[in-house]
Design a protein around this ligand. Structure first.
Ligand SMILES: Nc1ncnc2c1ncn2[C@@H]1O[C@H](COP(=O)(O)OP(=O)(O)O)[C@@H](O)[C@H]1O
Ligand SMILES: [Mg+2]
Length: 421
């Protein structure tokens, strides 16, 4: 092997439907060759395949079967495994914690805690570890927020005390994806993702995101449940996890993968071919239990994102879950308005019709049949939702504690001029 070649591997565990402990599903091997090209291989274990309750990790790249699967996309990490790993925020913490740069993709999977999204786990032992039981509680939010803030400010020194704090933060969960500072916390109802404010936020993000989830629900969208808590004078958004269900003996875990995985797309904003709601709708129709329901729901979300100028609606901000055998579109999450873009033309992160990403009613209508929505129904959805967003966004925002100055700052996001051109 030359110095640039490398190989790492791990076992992949899965919590089966209606179980609270995991079993070993298979083995993942990641190699990088001399040219720096990475490839991943995955094979289900024989004993896993012989279980009568075995389920597929995903219905795209890793269907149940005895083949050895291979992939070179996403740096050689199968989409659904990558979806179970940390993103920008989690990677940053793991690097701090390990003190190493240049961790391998397998290192990121192994170093991240097991409160990750979905039903998968990773480890070096053939048998899975015991399930995580000690989650941080919502009452510890203030402390978590202080540590998260230090990480954002890069203020953590190398002192042992600080290092221990980062370790604690890691233990409580940053496997969740995304770029914003967050942690996983528990209360009597179950698990929540705590999304902390950042000092460079232009408005009260937690309250605004909470208001957008409420507004989406008013517009008939199945949105994640959320609430805002004030800790130490700062608002923190708590989004209830839709991939966990609390039961007396622990947690049921839904399998989960992102829109990026379903699209077989790359995640770099420089390689966005296939980033498309239309393709996502066609792909979801092949894999969900109720294509008509979920495709129409995706259509509504696309319209809603256009109406609130949520231009951060990239394929990782869409997901699919399965508590049992059958897959469905997950509740909507990570909804953010963007007021500071052109008044005439705004583009979503994904194609939404014949005119590409243009957040415009005609464009949204142009491919409605691919979402199994008739033209007349699609027109109705758009006009009713535009009225709702226009007339309700301000009231909802204020009712959820968004200040009047913040409401003014975000006002340009709603039903912008180019939407109905
Ligand atoms: N309510 C939820 N339940 C389960 N997983 C979620 C939920 N909300 C978000 N996620 C997962 O966590 C990731 C990060 O959350 P997100 O709200 O998108 O954060 P960010 O604003 O940092 O992108 C998402 O990409 C998704 O995989
Ligand atoms: Mg996100």
């Amino acid at each position: 092997m030359t110095s640039s070649e490398s190989k790492s591997e791990c076992f992949v565990y899965i919590t089966l439907p209606r179980e609270t402990t995991s079993v070993t599903a298979g083995r993942f091997v990641h190699t990088t060759d001399k040219r720096g090209v990475s490839t991943g291989k995955f094979a289900y274990g024989k004993s896993y395949l012989s279980r009568n309750n075995a389920v597929e990790i995903d219905p795209i790249d890793l269907k149940l079967g005895s083949a050895t699967y291979q992939s070179a996309r996403l740096g050689g990490v199968f989409g659904s495994l990558r979806d179970a790993g940390p993103d920008f925020w989690g990677r940053r913490l793991i690097e701090r914690h390990s003190g190493k740069l240049g961790l391998s993709e397998v290192d990121y999977l192994l170093e991240s805690p097991d409160d990750r999204a979905g039903a998968l786990g990773f480890g070096l032992n053939q048998g899975p570890p015991a399930p995580l039981r000690d989650f941080n509680k919502t009452i510890q939010l203030e402390r978590l927020q202080t540590i998260a803030q230090k990480v954002v400010r890069e203020q953590l020194t190398e002192s042992t005390h600080e290092a221990i704090q980062v370790q604690e933060l890691l233990l409580i969960g940053t496997s969740m994806g995304g770029a914003r500072p967050k942690a996983v916390v528990e209360d009597d109802l179950g698990l929540w993702i705590a999304k902390f404010p950042r000092e460079d936020d232009r408005w009260n993000n937690p309250r605004v995101e909470h208001a957008m989830l409420e507004l989406a629900r008013l517009c008939g969208i199945n949105a994640a449940r959320s609430r805002v808590e004030n800790v130490g004078g700062k608002d923190v958004l708590l989004v209830q996890r839709f991939d966990r269900e609390k039961v007396s003996r622990g947690y049921f875990r839904a399998r989960m993968f992102s829109g990026l995985t379903l699209l077989r797309a790359e995640e770099s904003p420089l390689q966005t071919n296939n980033w498309s709601y239309v393709i996502l709708a066609e792909q979801l129709r092949r894999i969900v239990a109720e294509p008509k329901r979920d495709a129409a729901e995706l259509f509504r979300r696309m319209c809603f994102n256009a109406l609130i100028s949520n231009i951060d609606d990239h394929p990782r901000n869409h997901a699919f879950i399965a508590f049992d055998k059958e897959w469905r579109l997950s509740p909507a999450y990570d909804l953010t308005p963007s007021p500071a873009v052109s008044r005439e033309r705004r583009d979503l992160a994904m194609d939404c019709g014949d005119l590409g990403r243009y957040a415009n009613a005609k464009n949204l209508l142009s491919q409605s049949s691919r979402f199994l929505v008739r033209q007349d129904q699609a027109r109705e959805v758009i006009s009713v939702m535009a009225d709702q967003v226009r007339s309700k966004w301000h009231g909802v925002a204020r009712a959820q504690g968004v200040s009047e100055p913040d409401a003014k700052t975000i006002s340009g996001a709603f039903v912008y001029g180019g939407f109905e051109l």
